[in-house]
Ligand binder design. Structure first.
Ligand code: ZN
Length: 325
């Protein structure tokens, strides 16, 4: 879906440069030159800058608006909006989506009008931003929104994390965008270590299957150490993709409502790598921000299953979790 926040497009599975160019009313060559691409190859999660004519926006018509008030708002003309949208007359309807020609780059934040059935988390996913970012931009104290309510959609949001040089979260955002996550279901985020240096999501998944877990990998996410997966790479397990409960602790209650994250390595012997630490912080921030209960408890295995395990080890960065308290 087009983002009124404008400026960037995050590549999703199945996107091609041609399709993206068409969507934003620009050309493949303009996209390539704006992003310094030498070939037509793009990868899921990649952020593409939409400059000039590529930076089109969508405006959803609100009650009382006319083409001329909309044109004024975006610093463009009635005529260019009409031609951009193939409108034969000046008649527009409330709720109608209008493409705003790109040469008038939108300096206002985008506006989204809440429709029936929409939640903040769904809207955040649509615009590639976060629930908290939208709440801050609109001074919302709770997650409650009403049909017809206008929300400012700030540009930036979670995309700034990626633009700042880290793409650790990109696969998680891309995969999660395709899911329907019932955030009210997840009450806990539980951190683990694997206690061995070898392995990755697939290897642990096979081991968990052998132990009789029919859904395989007991964790939802595995953060690599550079040996059998990338350093700081966040692998997304089948239980997250299918939104199944975890199998990572003894307590049924916490398994049912807890998201499990495993850092590869024995953190009883050594600290996690800088990238692993960055990855788990970004991942928890992302999950806390619209994909779990707003008061979800971020905890570690040994606090859930007391006197049973040292997991996630004495070198786990426990202080980092205070940010999420
Ligand atoms: Zn554990």
């Amino acid at each position: 879906m087009l983002s009124a926040a404008g400026g960037t497009h995050t590549v999703r599975r199945g996107d091609t440069l041609g399709a993206i160019a068409k969507k934003y009313g620009t050309s493949i060559s303009a996209l390539k030159s704006a992003n310094g691409l030498n070939s037509d190859t793009i990868i899921v999660g990649q952020k593409l800058t939409l400059t000039g004519s590529a930076a089109a926006a969508i405006h959803v018509v609100a009650k009382g608006e006319s083409l001329s008030t909309i044109a004024r708002k975006y610093g463009t003309s009635v005529r260019s909006i009409k031609s951009e949208n193939d409108l034969k007359s000046d008649l527009i309807k409330v709720g109608q989506r209008l493409k705003i020609p790109g040469k008038s780059k939108v300096s206002d934040p985008g506006i989204h009008i809440v429709r029936k059935g929409e939640t903040l988390s769904l809207i955040a996913q649509t615009y590639g931003t976060r629930v908290n970012t939208i709440k801050e931009a609109n001074n919302l104290r709770s997650d409650r929104i009403n049909v017809g309510q206008k929300l400012n959609i700030p540009s930036g949001g979670s995309s700034s994390i990626i633009a700042d040089g880290s793409s650790l979260l990109a696969p998680v955002i891309a995969a999660t965008n395709r899911l329907r996550v019932d955030s009210s279901r997840w009450r806990y985020i539980v951190c683990h270590h694997s206690a061995i240096e070898a392995g990755n999501a697939e290897a642990y998944g096979r081991a968990h299957k052998r132990r009789g877990m029919e859904n395989g990998l007991a964790y939802h996410f595995v953060i690599g150490n550079g040996r059998d997966s990338g350093d700081g790479e966040i692998e997304i397990g089948p239980r997250w993709k299918k939104q199944l409960q975890g199998g990572h602790v003894r307590s049924d209650k916490v398994n049912e409502s807890g998201i499990g994250i495993c850092i590869v390595g024995n953190l009883q012997d050594h600290r996690p790598s800088t990238k692993q630490r960055q990855a788990i912080n970004e991942l928890i921030g992302f999950l806390k921000d619209g994909y779990s209960r707003s008061n979800a408890e971020v905890t570690v295995h040994k606090l859930v299953d007391k006197n049973h395990t040292v997991c996630p080890g004495k070198y786990f960065p426990y202080d980092d979790l205070k940010h999420f308290a």
